[in-house]
Design a binder for this molecule. Structure first.
Ligand code: GLV
Ligand code: MN
Ligand code: MN
Length: 405
């Protein structure tokens, strides 16, 4: 297999992980952090590292690092990687593609007979999607100190399990000495839109990430009988919530921004009862921080007014807010030059561990074309040929960053 064409080696690795956590009904993935499928993927990662003779280090925050440091390799490491976890019924490429590609890119560099002068790491970051504990990029935020370990330990999942319980102990929190060992981080990721399809290019380079955040909205009203309560006497939180969804959509459109309410809980959740509580999550993103602030402020103001008319109460909680990211001009520019002047350079409105690391380490991202342009859905796609092109590009980047004198 070691001599097989890259596209076949990609397919062989992909076939090993493709069944893990796949829901036969939707065809999407249920790979939540520290649940059985995600733990099986971590085991797969450890086995892959062992096959390559790479020791695996855990940072105490759920993140794994496989290190390749041949004799003579010294100085700040080049780190590649991404995450294994998925959103509910998400696609298989979002995250794992970056880890599989990193392992294969390292194989490529070694097969080319190149000797890294600097250590090379492959990272598997934990809970990037925030699907289980609500905070996206949880592992990289803990590692960098962007998220306090005490606060993180107490986060709960939908069943009331704390992060500390899920991890089997309190997270270690910031690891500045580990970060100081990293000289550059490059995350390869499936593209989550159609830019590369439209440009006819298999691979692109990221320019930056839009600022984005998650706000929880708790609307409380008065539970009552659906049949006997006069319309004028109701304090129905569903009305306030419905207004919030429409207001968020309108305010986002007015600003060329994005707003989504994709998750909602209703109590008591009965067909014939006016709800007591509607809890929803607003995901909002914009091209710059002022636009994002303006969007969220406008939605809050309008929802608060509406709640006063409905006789309901609204509490807003910012669960995570991520500032804009401009990837290191030097490194992103270098990738562009390395991969040929014409390689597309794209902004993205999706969050990534690379965005969190970029505040500490020169960071860049590569995107691989997604023919459907769809992500966070089973419809997410990539061809094996494009994935192999992504690995080859990542190997070129690795060879340059890790092997040049
Ligand atoms: C990560 O995928 C995000 O939601 O931005
Ligand atoms: Mn994602
Ligand atoms: Mn991702």
């Amino acid at each position: 297999m070691a001599d097989a064409p890259l596209v076949e080696r990609f397919r062989a690795s992909w076939d090993e992980i493709a069944p893990i956590g796949r829901d036969p009904g939707s065809g999407g993935y249920l790979r939540y952090a520290w649940t059985e499928p995600e733990l099986r993927l971590r085991e797969w990662f450890r086995r892959q590292a062992a096959l390559r003779g790479l020791p695996v280090e855990s940072d105490g925050n759920g993140n794994l690092f496989a290190w390749y440091a041949p004799a003579g390799a010294d100085g700040p490491a080049v780190l590649l990687g991404s995450h294994f976890d998925s959103v509910p019924h998400g696609g298989g490429y979002d995250g794992p593609l970056g880890i599989v590609s990193a392992l294969l890119a390292l194989d490529e560099v070694r097969a080319r007979g190149l000797d890294p002068r600097r250590p090379v790491g492959v990272a598997a970051f934990a809970e990037e999607e925030g699907s289980r504990f609500g905070v996206p990029c949880l592992g990289s935020r803990l590692l960098t100190g962007a998220l306090d370990a005490e606060r993180a330990a107490a986060l709960t999942d939908r069943d009331g399990v704390t992060l500390a319980e899920a991890m089997g102990g309190r997270p270690a929190g910031a690891r500045p000495e580990l970060l100081a060992r990293v000289g550059a981080f490059v995350e390869l990721h499936i593209e989550q839109g159609r830019a590369l399809v439209d440009l006819g290019a298999p691979v692109g380079v990221a320019s930056g990430i839009w600022p984005h955040g998650r706000w929880r909205l708790d609307v409380t009203g008065e539970a009552n009988h659906a049949g006997t309560t006069r319309m004028a006497d109701r304090h129905d939180p569903m009305l306030t919530f419905a207004f919030a969804v429409l207001a968020a959509n309108k305010e986002a459109r007015l600003r060329d921004a994005h707003a989504t309410v994709g998750r909602v809980l209703v109590e008591p959740n009965a067909t014939n009862a006016i709800p007591a509580l509607v809890r929803g999550w607003l995901d909002a993103r914009a091209a710059d921080a002022a636009t994002l602030d303006g969007l969220v402020d406008a939605v809050r103001r309008r929802v608060d007014e509406r709640a006063a008319r409905d006789g309901t109460a609204v509490a807003w909680t910012a669960e995570s807010v991520t500032p804009p990211v401009a990837f290191d001009g030097g490194l992103a520019g270098e990738l562009g030059r390395l991969l040929g002047g014409g390689v597309p350079v794209l902004p993205t409105a999706a969050g990534h561990d690379a965005g969190v690391l970029s505040a500490h380490v020169p960071t860049a991202m590569l995107f691989v074309r997604n023919p459907t342009g769809v992500s966070h859905s089973p419809a997410e796609a990539a061809t094996d040929a494009d994935c192999a092109a992504g690995v080859a590009a990542l190997a070129d980047v690795l060879a340059e960053l890790a092997c040049r004198p």
